[in-house]
Design a protein around this ligand. Structure first.
Ligand code: COA
Ligand code: AMP
Length: 636
């Protein structure tokens, strides 16, 4: 029989003395100046962790492992079915790559505190770049490759980077995505102009260079190497930002989530053995993208901090070439854990329901499958459990939190699984479910999930240069709490259930998107009088955006022409990742008598769920019209 989980006493130890708990956890990190204070409640919007300590993230992720004898161990196993490439990069090689690139960045004038934007696909150079920034104390801001030029421009505008690092292209199964024209357009749109762009030329689409601004990545690194230039690690304050990662807010303007260095390293280092149950030297695979928080924490920093081998997979769960890709990579890399999104599994399950493509792959070392990014539907979890015969762990977190709020900590010993629940709060997270007035509700009662302050190490201390927006967005609604904007409940055993967002954020294929941002784009079309975007149920992607538009009087173009233009406009402004494929022209939008659009009711109708007529509705007939338009498209 399995020994009982150490979770209860671990969580209780944190509750008894949070500072002692995190002070102990901090010992997993090499500090330049060790922390003398663990938490300073008077600093920042709700307090800061490890004020006064100094550290370097790159040293902890790379140098110290080489010094400790892991030089020949693989740090990165790059597997790219889209280019037919595999590469094994040892810790010693990683150190050389990172130190050389860091020297190039210094030559380009980048120093401690300067921002560097990265627009990179899943290639090893993306990791070299993040670590090179960390090495010299620069703040990286990675932009996901599926975003369009305008989104990239908004991030360049806000982060004001000295340098942009980009690849010439990313590779999607059906097409090569030329990044360089998008970067050039973003630089044109942004009022802030980077001094230089370092361009990684990939043979699939060689980019044209802009004189004086652009430099060739490979040449610059080769020159630095020939000149024997290697940048040492620069100590930074534990409270200095390691990165800024932009995420969807409730408007088109993304939020710059700040990740401070010391607390993040401590939280990730705690999570690797205790939550994920992996040991140094083992292979850990997170099949996300470096453009998302999951990629930052568990492709790059978490596994490398812990001396693991990380897998960098440039491919998809299906179609590169088939639904057996994940099992092949697990077998070939010897990964003991895989972390992916439920959507990826749904895609695999759809193509290979009997998991026949698993046969012939040696999965004997594989111990745990972790899922996050969206609600893990019980059917998919049960399918994966049956197919793999290992624990499937759903865990819940957000870009803002940096690491999981709730999980089943297999490293401490797994707790009984309840399908539909990401299990229990991790140490550091005092999870409460509140009613509208901010009072905790009884067990099994739905409400807004909030975290009692302070947030633990690793969570955002603020938004980039926007303390006030941080307070307004997260702390103002429920004083003393961080509002997760997720709705859900706690059951009698303290298990957390996360059912969906309370704001206008939707989750499409594990990608976080703002319907408000899409509405801004639709409203900018000259023919559109008003609009509403909602997320509707999608069997594969969880949710898919659907836009309802009312056209201005006297518009000459046919509605179907405008609908196609709107689909193209969202793709052009936000990017293909928005997966906006459905715009419906309607005569009117359903509203309350005070003019509020009834998006919630529209969603219920579109999803085919039970709904009741809102008592405040201005004209009930409008909902019939909405239902009829949806039925015309085979929805609702
Ligand atoms: N660069 C450029 N374009 C990208 C991109 C990138 N990095 N990532 C996605 N896109 C494009 C896709 O090519 C697609 O374009 P299309 O409209 O021309 O077909 C569009 O964005 C939508 O992508 P997606 O929603 O991912 O759908 P898909 O049909 O291409 O793939 C899945 C479906 C299930 C295979 C894919 O969504 C998947 O792997 N999901 C898992 C997500 C995940 O791991 N999330 C991380 C959070 S933990
Ligand atoms: P992101 O910031 O992209 O990581 O998205 C965060 C949001 O994704 C959360 O606020 C949730 O709405 C959703 N989410 C992430 N993980 C889970 C999960 N395990 N269960 C339910 N929802 C999740």
């Amino acid at each position: 029989m399995a020994s009982p989980s150490r979770y209860p006493e671990t969580y209780a130890a944190w509750q008894r003395d949070p500072e002692a708990f995190w002070g102990d956890a901090a010992q997993a990190i090499d500090w330049v100046t060790p922390p003398s204070r663990v938490f300073s409640p008077g600093e920042g919007p709700y307090g800061r962790w490890f004020v006064g300590a100094e550290v370097n993230a790159c040293h902890n992720a790379v140098d110290r492992h080489v010094a400790a004898g892991r030089g020949e161990q693989a740090a990165i196993l790059y597997d790219s079915p889209v280019t037919g490439t595999k590469r094994r990069i040892t810790y010693a090689e990683l150190l050389d790559e990172v130190a050389s690139l860091a020297a190039v960045l210094q030559d380009l004038g980048v120093g401690r505190g300067d921002r560097v934007v990265l627009y990179m696909p899943m290639v090893p150079e993306a990791l070299f770049a993040m670590l090179a920034c960390a090495r010299i104390g620069a703040v990286h801001s990675v932009v996901f490759g599926g975003f369009a030029a305008r989104e990239l421009a908004a991030r360049i505008e806000d982060a004001a980077p000295k340098v942009v690092l980009a690849a010439s292209c990313g590779i999607e199964p059906a097409r090569v995505v030329a990044y360089k024209p998008l970067l050039d357009e973003a630089c044109r749109l942004s009022s802030h102009k980077p001094d230089s762009c370092l361009i990684l030329q990939r043979p699939q689409a060689v980019a044209e260079m802009v004189e004086a601004r652009d430099r060739d990545w490979a040449e610059a690194v080769a020159q630095a190497r020939t000149a024997g230039r290697a940048a040492p690690c620069v100590p930074v304050a534990a409270t200095d930002p390691l990165y800024v990662l932009y995420t969807s807010g409730t408007t088109g303007k993304p939020k710059g989530v700040v990740r401070d260095t010391g607390g993040y390293l401590v939280a990730l280092a705690w999570s690797m053995p205790n939550l994920y149950g992996v040991a140094p030297g083992e292979t850990y695979w997170c099949a996300s993208d470096v453009g998302w928080v999951v990629g930052h924490s568990y492709i790059v920093y978490g596994p490398l901090l812990h001396g693991c081998t990380t897998v960098l997979y440039e491919g998809k769960p299906v179609g590169t070439p088939d639904a057996g890709a994940f099992w092949r990579v697990i077998a070939e890399t010897g990964a003991v854990a895989l972390f992916t999104a439920p959507t990826a599994l749904r895609a695999v399950k759809k193509e290979d329901p009997e998991a026949r493509l698993m046969q012939g792959h040696d999965l004997s070392r594989f111990r745990t499958l972790f899922l996050a990014g969206e609600r893990a539907d019980p059917d998919t979890v049960a399918w994966a459990e049956r197919a793999l015969g290992v624990p499937v762990v759903d865990h819940w977190w957000q870009t803002e939190t940096g690491w999981p709020i709730a999980a089943n900590p297999v490293g401490l010993g797994a707790l009984p699984v309840k399908h539909g629940s990401p299990t229990v709060p991790m140490p550091g997270w005092d999870v409460q479910v509140l009613d509208e007035s901010g009072k905790p509700v009884p067990a099994d009662t739905m409400g807004t999930i909030a975290i009692r302050l302070p947030l633990p190490p690793g969570a955002l201390p603020t938004l980039w240069r926007q303390d006030e927006r941080f307070r307004e967005s997260y702390l103002a609604t429920y004083p003393g709490y961080y509002n997760t904007s997720d709705a859900g409940f706690l059951d009698r055993d303290g298990y957390v259930y996360v059912m969906g967002r309370t704001d206008d954020i939707i989750n499409v294929a594990g990608h976080r998107l703002s319907t408000g941002g899409m509405e801004e784009v639709l409203a900018s079309h000259p023919a559109v009088a008003e609009c509403a975007v909602i997320g509707i149920k999608d069997a594969l992607k969880g949710e898919a955006p659907c836009g309802f538009v009312v056209l201005k009087a006297g518009v000459a173009k046919a509605p179907d022409v405008i609908e196609r233009e709107l689909v193209a406009l969202v793709r052009e402004r936000i990017g293909p990742v928005a997966a906006f494929r459905l715009a419906l022209t309607v005569g009117r939008l359903p509203k309350t008598r005070s003019g509020k659009i009834l998006r919630g009711t529209m969603k219920k109708i579109a999803d085919g769920d039970a709904w009741t007529m809102p008592p405040t509705i201005e004209d009930p007939a409008v909902l019939d019209e909405i239902g009829a338009s949806l039925r015309e498209r085979g929805l609702g």
